[in-house]
Write a protein that binds this ligand. Structure first.
Ligand SMILES: Cc1cc2nc3c(=O)[nH]c(=O)nc-3n(C[C@H](O)[C@H](O)[C@H](O)COP(=O)(O)OP(=O)(O)OC[C@H]3O[C@@H](n4cnc5c(N)ncnc54)[C@H](O)[C@@H]3O)c2cc1C
Ligand code: SF4
Length: 517
């Protein structure tokens, strides 16, 4: 039997790591349980083959799709969670994303809180994660109470030229908000060296603002914070009333251990948080813990994304490409009554990572080998909002394994956005017929995006009949259980989710401090 903690946090990623950081200074005794270990610092961190082709940092977990077919989910179990591999594009949701939005396939529902409620937490999150950006450039962005803490990461010449061409064509490109520790005013002292192996890779020099570097490492050695790695939470136990979590059951080194805390916050990522709750069914909670509404695991969102490469005769020697964004199609336009989404850059194509696409590329540019193709490509990432439909869901089987059922929504909007990108390229010297869809990760049953931007499985709301969590992210049905990761999203917008998970963790942290005061 172990000591009783004030707070137990399960998962050390964007949500859990940030929450631990925020609560640490309260002096409360915090236990951070992480199923993974520290991601090893090794040369493979920056090598495309181990990262993209061999899947070195992807879990060996097996999940099952809607047909019961097994697949290896593209999830990462490390201190820092998915942020260890993320592209660090740290966007705020738009103010309108907090309201109801009509889409081709249905309604993106309103949040119980507004952009104004989140704004101070977004500012705090940008400060903590050292976001680089220029407020006011992005025409769809909401008001900022503070400027970005760091100036935007500059475009390299090819991207600057594309940005200028777009502006001349009437578009409003902007510098994308980035969480990398690049100090362009003092390059010799900059931690970030501005390299080509950032988006989708771990950062070997710890210069990416990920949850390990920003939130967890600073806590190591603090007397009131205990980090246990290799600690996989299997289920939660409750008291006889079913209203209080009394035990966190962990598998560690093959042993079963039980930890106790006054407050328990699950931050295992949207699928795994639902898994833990569903696997914690009791007589009082027969459908899974906190699941009287039957909403746990439902409304899984993951974004309707396309990775696209455009080729031009001109070489693209850009090293760090993720500096440009285009939100001209984020909302309905005069030509189309539905929102289409966000266009941003993705990490620069790399011949090794594109090897799996060789047949398509050979057909596409027969005179070029993979190296030429990668050298000339400009790489875009298109994100359309997907909808929280109840049938898109995580369930677990009798052995506790994850089953993921997903059907893409808003395909028409996503295709329309792809069409807009092709039009855009005409302004930038890249002919539309020289554009192709990329699938530069391994061949997989569910595309990478199926798990990378996972959200929504425990949505927050004011009505216990239709939501799992209240507006403080406490489970309606329990007194001491919180869920603090992307699970709480009632809708996902069309920008990357991590900054919203981080801002929310700071918001919930503030609530917990008051609760424990
Ligand atoms: C390749 C890639 C690129 C991305 N790029 C971007 C980007 O540019 N911008 C952006 O905003 N977002 C990006 N994302 C998404 C972003 O990383 C996630 O939205 C964010 O990390 C989610 O935070 P979270 O706290 O919900 O989950 P995570 O950060 O994944 O944290 C969950 C943690 O829980 C742990 N865990 C899971 N199960 C258990 C268990 N049973 N017991 C104990 N611990 C457990 C995991 O190991 C992990 O550490 C990207 C993701 C990927 C994979
Ligand atoms: S660009 Fe900077 S933050 Fe990204 S991997 Fe390279 S050094 Fe790390």
């Amino acid at each position: 039997m172990t000591e009783n903690y004030d707070v137990i946090i399960i998962g050390s990623g964007a949500g859990g790591g940030t929450l631990a950081y925020d609560l640490a200074s309260s002096g409360k005794r915090i236990l951070l349980l992480e199923r993974g270990d520290f991601l090893p610092r090794e040369l493979e961190n920056w090598d495309a083959k181990p990262v993209f082709v061999d899947g070195r940092y992807i879990t060996k977990d097996t999940w099952f799709d809607r047909d019961g077919k097994q697949f290896q989910p593209q999830v990462h179990y490390f201190v820092g969670g998915a942020t260890k591999l993320y592209g660090a594009a740290l966007y705020r949701l738009r103010p309108q994303d907090f309201g109801e939005i009509k889409h081709t396939d249905g309604i993106s529902p309103a949040w119980p809180l507004s952009y104004d409620d989140f704004e101070p937490w977004y500012s705090a999150a940008e400060r903590l994660y050292q976001v680089h950006g220029n407020a006011g450039e992005d025409p769809t962005e909401g008001p900022h109470s503070e400027p970005y803490p760091w100036p935007a990461v500059s475009h390299e010449p090819r991207l600057q030229q594309i940005s200028d061409d777009l502006a001349a064509g009437g578009y409003r490109p902007f510098h994308a908000p980035c969480g990398i520790m690049l100090n362009e005013a003092d390059r010799p002292r900059s931690i970030c060296i501005r390299c080509a192996t950032c988006d989708g890779y771990p950062c070997l020099v710890h210069a990416k603002a990920d949850a390990e570097v920003i939130a967890v490492r600073p806590l190591l050695g603090r007397p009131n914070v205990t980090l246990l790695t290799g600690a996989e939470v299997r289920r939660l136990e409750t008291d006889d009333s079913g209203r209080t979590v009394t035990g966190v059951v962990v598998s560690r080194d093959g042993n079963r251990e039980v930890y106790r805390g006054d407050i328990v916050a699950i931050s295992a990522g949207a699928a795994n948080s639902a898994k833990i709750l569903l696997n914690s069914a009791t007589d009082k909670h027969p459908n899974g813990l906190a699941n009287g509404s039957d909403q746990v695991g439902r409304n899984y969102m993951f974004h309707n994304c396309k990775a696209v490469a455009a080729l031009s005769k001109e070489r693209n020697d850009t090293v760090f490409q993720k500096t440009l964004g285009i939100n001209d199609f984020y909302f309905a336009t005069k030509d189309y009554e539905y929102p289409m989404g966000n266009i941003q850059m993705v990490g620069k194509s790399n011949a090794e990572a594109m090897r799996g696409e060789q047949p398509q590329l050979t057909w596409f540019a027969p005179e070029w080998g993979l190296t030429d193709t990668a050298r000339h490509s400009v790489d875009f990432w298109l994100t359309t909002e997907d909808l929280p439909v109840p049938e898109n869901r995580v369930t677990t089987d009798k052995d506790g394994n994850v089953h993921l059922t997903v059907t893409m929504t808003n395909n028409q909007e996503a295709d329309r956005l792809y069409g807009e990108l092709k039009k855009i390229l005409n302004h930038t010297g890249m002919a539309a017929h020289h554009v192709f869809r990329k699938n530069f990760y391994m061949d997989m049953a569910i595309p990478l995006a199926g798990c990378a931007h996972q959200a929504g499985t425990c949505r927050f709301g004011t009505d216990p009949a239709t939501s799992v969590l209240d507006t403080n992210c406490k489970a309606h049905e329990l007194d001491n259980l919180y869920v603090v990761d992307t699970s709480f999203f009632p809708s996902i917008g069309a920008v990357n989710p991590a900054l919203t998970a981080i801002a929310n963790a700071l918001r919930v942290g503030d609530h917990l401090r008051q609760r424990m005061a």
